[in-house]
Design a protein around this ligand. Structure first.
Ligand SMILES: Nc1nc2c(c(=O)[nH]1)N[C@H]1C(S)=C(S)[C@@H](COP(=O)(O)O)O[C@H]1N2
Ligand SMILES: [Mo]
Length: 328
């Protein structure tokens, strides 16, 4: 679908992120310059005057909303970690594309109410407006949400990130955000919302972003518990017997209750202090450390309130390791 007032800025798959990886993520709120960017088909530039959102399917009042309509509706802020699930072609590789931001926008539930969503609707399909090819597939970026999730208060049609309007690269002027779920579900450049009584059948819901499960395939939805060591980084100059601190972030769809840190490559583990969570933000952890000289492999692993943890390897939320050298 090619509309007036829209053009692709850069075609094809693209990832951008800080060169130092997670070691760049020192602050509680991730500045946009340090926040990763992902697109499958390319970035879309939309002239805000030409943007509109169609709400159709199982609704009593099919609606077309333009930017001023959305701007006139009640908006809310919500703090959330934002994480990419990694490549759907290599789903067990941990990519650790992560940040923590404040989104602001109109709750999706208000738009669905306005469109008089039918009781028969069990899934909400959303599509991005860009076009192009990814992994041999040429179809719109379409995702879906079960109705209970779509109606949750934190699901937003976001207009802002960290107090600023969304840039074209970030999915502006309006994108979906699904806090607590992997980034793939947060459709950028949103142009249509369809209420349906079944799941969407496009490549991005059936072929990509599905994990093998005993019952068949499991969609990549809620974020599994995960943690990263931000400091020290492999480049830091550490000195033996100088008190230092190991710190980082832990997050997941469910609140994190414990983080453990190992300074000997997993031989032994110590419990770190874990900070509070706001909305669905990440949580800071820290552990004092008096290092001895030599090479050390630092690891961290977390557990959520349900007791779910992180696998040691071969998973998108595998345990993070950092190798450091401590001098005399
Ligand atoms: N329309 C559209 N939405 C999209 C994508 C896309 O390619 N097209 N990529 C998804 C993926 S995989 C991720 S991780 C997030 C990335 O959002 P960000 O670039 O703002 O970090 O957008 C999601 N939404
Ligand atoms: Mo992603």
């Amino acid at each position: 679908m090619r509309r007036m007032g829209m053009h692709m800025l850069k075609k094809g798959f693209s990832f951008q992120g800080p060169a130092e990886g997670v070691h760049a993520l020192k602050s509680w709120i991730t500045p946009e310059d340090d926040l990763f960017l992902v697109t499958h088909m390319g970035f879309l530039n939309i002239d805000p005057e030409h943007w509109h959102l169609d709400v159709d399917g199982l609704v009593g009042n099919p609606t077309r909303l333009r930017l001023p309509d959305l701007q006139a509706m009640p908006q809310r802020e919500y703090m959330s970690f934002h994480e990419c699930a990694g490549s759907p072609l290599t789903p067990t590789v941990a990519k650790r594309r992560i940040g923590n931001v404040i989104w602001k926008g109109v709750p999706l539930s208000l738009v669905l109410e306005h469109a008089e969503i039918s009781k028969q609707a069990s899934f909400i399909w959303t599509s991005g407006l860009e076009w192009g090819e990814y992994a041999g597939v040429e179809e719109p970026y379409q995702k879906d949400l079960p109705i209970e999730k779509a109606l949750a208060e934190e699901i937003l049609l976001a207009l802002e990130i960290n107090g600023r309007p969304l840039t074209p690269e970030r999915g502006g002027p309006v994108r979906l955000v699904v806090p607590g779920w992997y980034g793939t579900n947060s459709v950028k450049w949103i142009g249509s919302i369809t209420a349906a009584n079944r799941r969407a059948r496009g490549a991005y819901t059936t072929r990509f972003y599905n994990d093998p499960a005993p019952s068949g395939l499991k969609p990549v939805w809620g974020v599994a518990p995960e943690s990263v060591i931000v400091s020290p980084s492999p480049n830091d100059l550490l000195l033996a017997d100088v008190p230092t601190e190991i710190s980082g972030w832990a997050w997941g769809d469910r609140e994190i209750s414990t983080v453990e840190v190992s300074v000997d490559g997993g031989g032994s583990w110590q419990t770190a202090t874990v900070g509070p969570r706001k909305d669905k933000s990440w949580q800071r952890f820290e552990l004092p450390w008096l290092p001895k000289s030599g090479q050390h492999v630092l690891l961290c692993r977390c557990t959520n309130e349900l007791g779910e943890g992180q696998p040691p390897c071969d998973a998108r939320n595998a345990v993070h390791a950092v190798q450091v050298v401590v001098g005399n």
